[in-house]
Design a protein around this ligand. Structure first.
Ligand SMILES: O=P(O)(O)OC[C@H]1O[C@](O)(COP(=O)(O)O)[C@@H](O)[C@@H]1O
Ligand SMILES: [Mg+2]
Ligand SMILES: [Mg+2]
Length: 285
């Protein structure tokens, strides 16, 4: 690589790899005969995308660690400045029905597991009708369209629209704690709000970034930490949404303030417009 900024190198590598990952989904929609560290059955594409990104990202000068939702151990390459955490394919259960998925990445300047306050950049790829990337660094979010190896800026200084419109909540309603159910009913009962839920966090979060609103995968009655992973999903998404002027919360504080205890920790995730997250925290208090 000729670029001297490892952060740029990581982002350029992920952006370049996105169209290959998209193309490589063909023929890899079946299950791999394995489970990931969260105990979920992996898709062939999960394993393949993780290996592709692991090879490419861990060999970048300036990257000390590569970690992913799909492998138990960190790939440790020394004491360079940056550590990359990836959800190679977010929403891979959507492969079966051929619906939206994504790739999520966070670049930390501390060894993993690290709190979100150690992020120096984060973003996500959305495999929609068009492959796009939302990328946050230095407090601003930029959206790109990705074509083959290239990327084109389609929007700079992306901010969440002031008037929230969409909501999407993961998990089964009977498994939601009563206070979260109460909050959800409040949002649903406003006739100007619209349900948007596609079963892939990235697709649902990108709707929130586009239209304003809230996405949550809350604590569940029998799973108080919810489902989504702090290092690979919660922190990067919180970083993007906060850079776009919104808020993130684990129910009582910014997700970026949550101290990890394990690489594969889960976190109750709520992101969206500031006033909606403020209200959520008031209801969950
Ligand atoms: O199918 P469920 O249990 O509602 O979960 C949906 C959530 O799980 C996820 O698919 C988890 O991500 P992975 O696909 O990366 O494991 C999220 O994208 C999504 O928001
Ligand atoms: Mg995911
Ligand atoms: Mg995944």
């Amino acid at each position: 690589m000729t670029d001297t900024d490892p952060i740029d190198d990581v982002v350029a590598t992920i952006a370049r790899s996105a169209s290959e990952i998209r193309q490589g989904l063909i023929g890899r929609r079946g299950k791999a005969d394995e489970t990931n560290p969260s105990g979920e059955v992996q898709a062939e594409a999960d394993v393949w995308a993780d290996e592709l990104l692991a090879d490419r990202l861990s060999s970048i000068d300036g990257v000390a660690q590569y970690a992913s939702e799909e492998r138990s151990e960190i790939i440790d390459g020394g004491d360079d400045a940056y550590c990359v955490a990836v959800d190679p394919l977010d929403g891979s259960s959507n492969l079966k029905s051929n619906n939206t998925m994504g790739t999520v990445f966070g670049i930390y300047d501390e060894p993993l597991p690290a709190p979100g306050s150690a992020l120096v950049a984060a973003g996500f790829i959305l495999y929609g009708p068009i492959t796009t990337m939302a990328y946050a660094r230095n407090g601003t979010v930029t959206k790109y369209e990705l074509t083959g190896g290239g990327r084109t800026v389609v929007e700079e200084d992306v901010t969440i629209p002031d008037d929230p419109l969409v909501y999407g909540f993961g998990g089964r309603v009977p498994d939601w704690p009563a206070d979260f159910r109460e909050y959800a009913r409040e949002i649903e009962s406003d006739p100007s709000n619209k349900l948007r839920y596609g079963g892939a966090m990235i697709g649902d979060v990108n709707q929130v970034l586009t239209y304003g609103g809230i996405f949550a995968y809350p604590a569940l009655e029998d799973s108080p930490r919810g489902k989504l992973r702090l290092q690979f999903e919660g922190n990067p998404i919180a970083y993007v949404i906060e850079a776009a002027g919104g808020r993130s919360s684990d129910g009582s504080q910014s997700i970026l303030e949550v101290e990890p205890t394990d690489l594969h920790d889960r976190v109750p995730l709520h992101v969206g417009n500031t006033d909606w997250i403020d209200r959520l925290e008031a209801v969950l208090e």
